[in-house]
Design a protein around this ligand. Structure first.
Ligand code: ATP
Ligand code: MG
Length: 416
């Protein structure tokens, strides 16, 4: 840091108007989670580095380039969580929850990735997500997708989003496909980007996910996984597609969709939008049957998704997020009135109504500020009102003004 004090690059300050939308998105997701039988889990923001390094794979973009790794004062290698699934899987294993299967978890919180910051892409960002553990049936995939779709509908953005879906097949199909891919890319190795040359050795499937223009060209003619899917994998995928069709959720099969992480199998999906420029993916997920075993736990199937709250909030219509409710302004007209105003405000709030007490300035200025804030009513109190045990109620919409007793005020109806 030098000179003027600043935010760290890639972080953001969420101001009150931002948080109105963030809260709405999170609250909507939480409500959907409860409806679908998911319980909320909160795992630590940092874990032992190996929790992420082992699960996400050393060659994944996230681990090789994006994690915030540090050594703490006790010499432990720790990592700020770049995503939610690994932490949930770690909790499942370390808390010995396998007797409780099936388990469904919902989470929401900050994630950290050292990325090139731009609109919709931050170094500290927010995700909410769902993980369904213990079901190997494709119907679990369908329910997870349905919950995601319900959420996008609830926050008013489903019309802007497209569900893209693909299958990676089971382990056998992927092994056959991997061989075919290696043969193809080996034959064109000179045209591959440096990153993809490394991927060719370690995880050739990832080349399909590459953002390099040269790689993208090669990918167009690369063998397709479809041709290598065994019967089990084909049946599984058909059931997923059949299920989402039955629910009337529109989708597009995209055979290029592979997802960046090692642990996915069978279903992978993304909800994308064209409304956010380059950062088009708002929600992404898939099945990860191998993950928990890979982390040293019992073999446990899983399927889930995560959504970027920053991106969801960008799309959410603001008027949906803002709660329509009455605002009562309390205006002390003189010193005596001001002193009583705190008690009046307190009484209004005790009824569950929003009351804002304008504490300083002249009477006229206070009324103006109340109006600017969008107050629907003003309760005006001066020495007279205090002496008579009354308040003057002004309705901003009609301009009407009348004096009522404090007893009447207790049940006075404030309407929008
Ligand atoms: P991308 O291709 O945009 O880098 P990703 O595949 O790395 O996404 P996931 O790991 O699947 O993303 O995370 C799920 C969701 O979290 C993304 O679809 C996106 O909405 C959000 N997300 C991921 N990284 C960021 C980031 N750096 N800033 C804001 N949101 C993010
Ligand atoms: Mg990324």
């Amino acid at each position: 840091m030098s000179g003027k004090i600043q935010r760290v690059r890639g972080t953001r300050d969420l101001l009150p108007e931002d948080n109105v939308v963030f809260r709405f998105v999170e609250q909507s997701a939480y409500e959907k989670a409860i409806l679908y039988g998911f319980g909320e889990i909160e795992t630590p923001i940092f874990e032992f580095s190996e929790v992420f390094h082992r699960t996400l794979g050393e060659t994944s973009d996230v681990v090789s380039k994006e994690t915030y790794d540090f050594t703490d004062r006790g010499g432990e290698s720790l990592t700020l969580r770049p995503e939610g699934t690994a932490g949930v899987a770690r909790a499942f294993i370390s808390e010995g929850m396998s007797q409780l299967l099936p388990l469904k978890f919902y989470y929401s919180g900050q994630m950290f990735r050292y990325e090139r910051p731009q609109k919709g892409r931050y170094r500290q960002f927010y995700q909410l997500g769902a993980e369904c553990l213990g079901y190997d049936t494709p119907l679990a995939d369908v329910e997870c997708i349905a919950m995601a779709w319900d959420l996008l509908q609830k926050i008013g953005i489903s019309a802007d989003c497209t569900l893209e879906i693909n299958t990676l097949g089971d382990a056998e199909s992927r092994a056959a496909y991997r061989d075919a891919l290696v043969a193809y890319f080996k034959a064109h190795e000179d045209q591959l980007s440096a990153d993809s040359k490394t991927r060719l050795e370690k995880n050739p499937l990832r080349i399909l996910d590459s953002k390099d223009e040269g790689d993208k060209k090669l990918n167009e003619n690369a063998p397709k996984l479809e041709q290598y899917l065994n019967e089990t994998s084909q049946t599984f995928f058909k059931k997923v597609l059949g299920g989402i069709e039955k629910l009337g959720i529109p989708f597009k099969v995209n055979s290029h969709l592979v997802r960046g992480l090692d642990y996915y199998c069978h279903t992978v999906f993304e909800f994308t939008t064209t409304k956010l420029g380059a950062q088009g993916t708002v929600l992404a997920g898939g099945r990860y049957d191998g993950l928990i075993e890979m982390m040293g736990g019992p073999k446990t199937p899983g399927v889930g998704w995560a959504a970027g709250i920053d991106r969801l909030a960008d799309l959410t219509p603001k008027e949906l997020a803002v709660r329509q409710e009455v605002l009562v302004a309390i205006i002390g007209a003189d010193e005596q009135g001001e002193e009583e105003s705190v008690k009046v405000a307190h009484e209004i709030r005790a009824r569950g109504l929003k009351a804002e007490n304008f504490l300083s300035g002249k009477m006229g200025k206070k009324m103006q500020k109340a109006n600017n804030k969008g107050a629907h009513y003003a309760l005006i109190l001066g020495g007279n009102e205090v002496a008579n045990n009354t308040v003057t109620v002004k309705n901003f919409a009609t301009g009407e003004q009348k004096e009522i007793s404090r007893a009447e005020l207790k049940t006075y109806s404030f309407t929008l």
